[in-house]
Ligand binder design. Structure first.
Ligand code: PDD
Length: 285
């Protein structure tokens, strides 16, 4: 049975109810996080909760819990499910109001919701062959650095990929790579790893940080800089990264092969570093 947390209670997910007057429902007025859990241990929990805190501050929603409070609820949600590897979803909305009104309620009562699902690793086939992606203009708003539940643009952009049997949509704004509809994107050219700089145009990914840390630790040449569209299209390797997909090679873009069209050596290496890093973190090392 899938158990969720809603406003202080643990209950079966299909019995959880929120008001239709919740501003999360009416306006997408909320913040969220997706936290991977390996061997029952949340990965980079403090970093996810710090990003949640930044999103909530920008949304002017008081953070209902401190690090210890959140950690306890996440631990309880993890304990209530049978899987060793889980994906914990956490959401805070501005809560319900008496009337629909764009302006905030005078005394908001945030809605807090957590749930968990099994975290299914990338298939051997996906890791061996990579995935296909398309590209589209990035028409989202100018606060893509905030992890808000208002994801309609991301959903529309992701569906364009699904319609074409692809895994992700790469986004370009004003001729430069921003990110994917639900992932960050890395580029490899001439043995150098390239990553777009953090800005209001992309989500500062927790996995993105881990990948750059691993590149630095292992002495892989890397540059964080603006990446023009033609450098993406002529890349040797492209990867997508996220908390649920980890590091996944993109081997086709807009129906053309990326580099050789096979998973590249640097992506394989990064994947191995990532798995080794996860293992040491989960052993508490
Ligand atoms: N999405 N960019 C966007 C737009 C995202 O939605 C995500 C993650 C990322 C990667 O961030 P991180 O490495 O912190 O997961 C980048 C999550 C997984 C989701 O919405 O399901």
């Amino acid at each position: 049975m899938n158990i969720c947390y809603l406003n202080g209670q643990y209950l079966p997910r299909d019995e959880a109810r929120i008001s239709p007057m919740d501003r999360g429902f009416l306006f997408g007025d909320g913040a969220y996080e997706v936290i991977p859990v390996y061997s029952r241990r949340p990965f980079r929990l403090a970093e996810h909760l710090a990003r949640l805190d930044r999103t909530l501050a920008a949304l002017r929603i008081a953070n209902p819990y401190d690090l210890a409070g959140w950690s306890a609820i996440v631990a309880e949600i993890v304990a209530r499910h049978p899987w060793a590897d889980q994906s914990v979803y956490l959401q805070v909305t501005r809560g319900p109001d008496a009337k629909r009104n764009h302006a905030f309620p005078a005394a908001p009562q945030p809605t807090v919701f957590l749930m968990s699902d099994e975290l299914v690793a990338n298939s051997a086939d996906q890791l061996a062959e990579g995935v296909a992606a398309i590209s589209a203009p990035d028409y989202r708003w100018l606060r893509c650095d905030l992890k808000t539940t208002a994801l309609l643009a991301n959903c529309l952009l992701r569906q364009l990929a699904v319609d074409k049997g692809c895994a992700e949509t790469l986004l370009f704004r004003d001729g430069y790579l921003t990110e994917g509809s639900a992932s960050n994107i890395f580029v490899v050219r001439g043995g150098v790893l390239l990553a777009p700089p953090k800005s209001h145009l992309m989500l500062p990914g927790i996995t993105y940080d881990v990948v750059l840390e691993l590149a630095a630790r292992h002495g892989l040449s890397h540059e964080v800089r603006e990446i023009p569209e033609d450098e993406v299209r002529s890349a040797d390797e492209l990867w997508l990264t996220s908390s649920t997909k980890e590091v996944l090679p993109i081997t086709r873009l807009d129906d053309r092969p990326v580099g050789t069209g096979r998973c590249g050596p640097i992506g394989r290496q990064m994947h191995a570093w990532y798995q080794a890093f996860k293992d040491t973190e989960m052993r508490g090392g």
